[in-house]
Design a protein around this ligand. Structure first.
Ligand code: NAD
Ligand code: UGA
Length: 429
């Protein structure tokens, strides 16, 4: 099939590449010239395991190409996915201006039937606005359909998630759109939830909000564990064997971040409010998440007393492992809180350093965890990269001014840390 992705970011680029790998002809459009030039020259703008090889393979087979021209993308395709960013506005609502711009541009360019699919995460009823926008800008008066096909990939495992989906959600208004999308998704061999556009839009917001709720729930339980001497790891394990609860998303820690959970929660709360429902549950999910980040700083303070002029080492900056994405990373809040009290920060992340350098001022970026440990009063684990689990902790201890570790991701065993001579505090243990 001939497919265009408008927006070649974490979603558009990876999904487009996976569709190409299944034999489709895919063209990725982005208005960021630097990104498109890099892709055209064989570079890849994001870190995502397995992506580089897959892009190279499909470009080599002439099934995947890149352009800044939406006209070129629309002309070359029958299905057009809108995968632009939908960032939060200051009031929590989703900024849909990029979606509107792209809808208008597609409408003005299309000369034959097009199926326009919203892939970006958007509030319920956006599909209707896309349809309206296309209708009023339909210069050549061609037939078109709008559909919703939310994306559930996780960064860091995006290629795997797209190729092995738990389910495919498709919202349509016509049999023609349904037929095309069923055919496109046949090779994935996953259950297809076929529904109306509004339900598909709501499935995405409800899914992300539910997962975020699970994280805040376990973080709240972790706080009870800390006060009573119970161990959150065992509590989560004991809960997780119940298949109705499941083990996933029960890792207590320094809170959730990323470009999606915080933004989608805020947007869901906002759209609920707009329709007269006060989604208090989700507001509390946000509150608990904000408190978790403050908890990390409180733990540092309790361990070192005065924060001013203390050297604090941060291991892990990305919002989760296996990505270079720094958007809404909990490490940003924690570092800013520590800096506001006068702490001196050293940091290392295996892949997010370049992006982190664009965000942080007055931080010493180090070449590895051992350089971070050199002379610091306390080490804080903010991202559970595998390589931190394997470091030589005795060497780390020798290098530190004081052997204190605040483990915001519970990657070490408290008993072993005690044995090694660390003052060690995890979350909920
Ligand atoms: P991103 O910022 O990585 O990519 C968006 C791209 O769209 C950018 O490259 C930007 O230059 C481009 N763009 C913006 N306006 C454009 C225009 N007018 N014309 C052409 N290109 C334009 O964002 P992302 O992380 O890929 O997310 C995209 C959407 O998918 C969001 O709604 C997000 O919530 C949703 N989503 C993201 C993930 C994820 O893990 N990142 C997962 C599922 C859903
Ligand atoms: C999340 C969802 O998992 C995807 O299904 C969805 O498509 C995506 O958002 C999106 O809409 O953009 P992602 O943000 O890439 O994916 O990463 P997650 O693995 O969900 O982690 C999000 C945050 O929650 C991270 O900061 C992570 O550290 C934190 N987290 C996750 C926990 O604190 N505990 C957990 O048990 C799980």
């Amino acid at each position: 099939m001939r497919i265009c992705f408008v927006g070649a970011g974490y979603v558009g680029l990876v999904t487009g590449t996976c569709f190409a790998d299944l034999g489709n002809d895919v063209i990725c459009v982005d208005n960021n010239e630097e990104k498109i030039n890099l892709l055209k020259n064989g570079g890849v703008p994001i870190y995502e395991p397995g992506l580089n090889e897959m892009i190279a393979r499909n470009v080599g087979k002439n099934r995947l190409s890149f352009t800044t021209s939406i006209t070129e993308g629309v002309e070359a395709s029958d299905i057009i996915f809108i995968a632009v960013n939908t960032p939060p506005l200051p009031n929590g609502d989703a900024d849909l201006s990029f979606v509107e711009t792209v809808s208008k541009e597609i409408a003005q360019t299309m000369k034959t039937y097009k199926l326009i699919v919203e892939k970006s995460t958007v509030p319920v009823e956006t599909g209707e606005w896309i349809k309206h926008t296309v209708q009023i800008n339909n210069k050549h008066q061609v037939e078109f359909d709008v559909a919703s096909n939310p994306e559930f990939l996780r960064e860091g495992t995006a290629v795997h998630d797209i190729m092995n989906p738990d389910r495919i959600v498709i919202g349509v208004e016509s049999a023609r759109a349904e037929k095309i999308l069923r055919e496109l998704y046949t090779p994935f061999n996953a259950p297809i939830v076929m529904t109306d556009i509004k339900s598909a839009e709501l499935i995405k917001h409800a899914s992300n909000s539910f997962l975020a709720t699970k994280i805040s729930f376990i973080n709240a339980v972790a706080n009870i564990c800390e006060r009573t001497g119970a161990d959150i790891i065992k509590v989560a394990e004991g809960m997780g064997y119940d298949t109705r609860i499941s083990k996933s998303f029960l890792n207590a820690g320094a809170g959730f971040g990323g470009s999606c959970f915080p933004k989608d929660l805020a947007a869901f709360i906002h759209i609920a409010q707009k329709y007269g429902y006060d989604f208090k549950l989700l507001k509390e999910v946000e509150n608990i998440n904000n408190e978790q980040k403050k908890l990390v700083v409180t733990k540092v303070k309790k361990a070192v007393w005065i924060l001013k002029d203390k050297k604090i080492g941060i291991l892990g900056l990305a919002f989760k492992p296996n990505t270079d994405d720094m958007r809404r990373a909990p490490a940003i809040d924690v570092i800013e809180m520590l800096q506001s009290e006068g702490s001196v920060i050293k940091a290392f992340d295996p892949v997010a350093m370049d992006r982190a350098k664009q965000i942080f001022k007055n931080i010493t970026f180090c070449k590895d965890p051992y350089e971070v440990a050199e002379g610091v009063d306390c080490l804080v684990i903010m991202t559970e990269w595998n390589e931190f689990k394997e470091i030589d902790l005795s060497l780390v201890k020798d290098k530190m001014a004081n052997p204190i570790i605040i483990d915001g991701r519970n990657i070490y065993d408290p008993a072993k840390m005690k044995e090694l001579g660390f003052v060690y505090h995890g979350i909920g243990r």
